[in-house]
Design a protein around this ligand. Structure first.
Ligand SMILES: [Zn+2]
Length: 283
């Protein structure tokens, strides 16, 4: 699940390795991955990679001559750099960008059966008009908006609001659990029920949690970026384990395709929230 810290460390490592590299060729073996046709991928040949950056959970590869590759990893994609070319039978390959001197391959790979990761090749001036970037909320890191109370003023649970990229960009299922736990806030608290103090605690938690993840990645993540990043998690995926802060048992709410974890003692006033999976079975 690449979220802001995972995409940020990927962008930093690729930027350091690829800035100034010349593109020899580009192909998109994943038939669904390339979402644009003009300019064609062949337009990348002979150009230079100028910068690899991040917007929300997307990677932005800036290329000389005013071209930009916008890459969304979705839930199972990775953008990795290899010294060797992908074999023709590598079914995980979605986009291959070969660079020369030294020969390397920037590869968008995707694991699992779904083909959801995508790439757009845009002209630099079209980037801001791209549907995804146009609707993106303010960045969650390094400086989330000062007035978080106004930003989140909606009758929706914090757990949903914070993952809504149109409201705030970069947070997903893993880091939202960590952030709410750090702020000692219930995932089901409504955004429009936040007090000033709670909003301030939430803002501080967003900064410290994402900062902490990135500091960790700076220490441990080297090229080639591993398929599975070592996420420094305290509560997410830790159901049944003791809370590292107070020792209470971490509880979970199961949704169709993910699990939300929280500490009942510190976040929900001791209340154990209903398991959605069970309540559906009992309906
Ligand atoms: Zn606790």
């Amino acid at each position: 699940m690449p979220e802001l810290p995972e995409v940020e460390i990927t962008a930093r490592r690729l930027d350091a390795a690829l800035r100034g590299a010349q593109i020899a060729s580009a192909t998109a073996p994943g038939i669904n991955a390339l979402k644009t046709f003009d300019p064609p991928l062949a337009a990348l040949e002979g150009r230079t990679i100028e910068r690899v950056g991040r917007r929300g959970k997307q990677l932005v590869v800036e290329v000389s001559g005013g071209l930009v590759l916008l890459v969304h990893l979705m839930s199972a994609g990775r953008l990795q750099l290899y010294d060797k070319r992908a074999g023709p039978r590598d079914r995980t390959s979605r986009l291959l960008v070969r660079v020369s001197d030294p020969d390397r391959e920037l590869r968008l790979r995707e694991f699992g059966t779904k083909q959801a990761a995508w790439v757009k090749l845009l002209r630099a001036e079209e980037l801001e008009d791209d549907e995804m970037l146009r609707t993106l909320g303010p960045e969650a890191w390094p400086q989330p908006p000062q007035d978080l109370r106004t930003l989140l003023k909606a009758p929706r649970p914090l757990h949903t609001l914070l993952r809504d990229q149109r409201i705030i960009a970069g947070i997903g299922r893993s880091w939202v659990d960590e952030i709410l736990w750090t702020a000692r806030l219930s995932p089901f608290k409504r955004g429009n029920d936040l007090t000033d103090e709670e909003a301030a605690a939430l803002r501080a938690a967003i900064i410290s949690t994402l900062d902490g993840a990135l500091e960790h990645y700076e220490q441990v993540v080297k090229l080639p970026i591993p398929d599975k990043l070592p996420l420094p998690l305290q509560v997410h995926r830790k159901a049944g384990e003791p809370c590292p802060r107070c020792g209470a048992t971490i509880e979970a709410v199961h949704y169709e395709d993910y699990v939300m974890c929280y500490c009942p003692a510190e976040q929900t006033g001791g209340k154990v929230l209903k398991d959605r999976r069970l309540s559906r079975l009992l309906k």
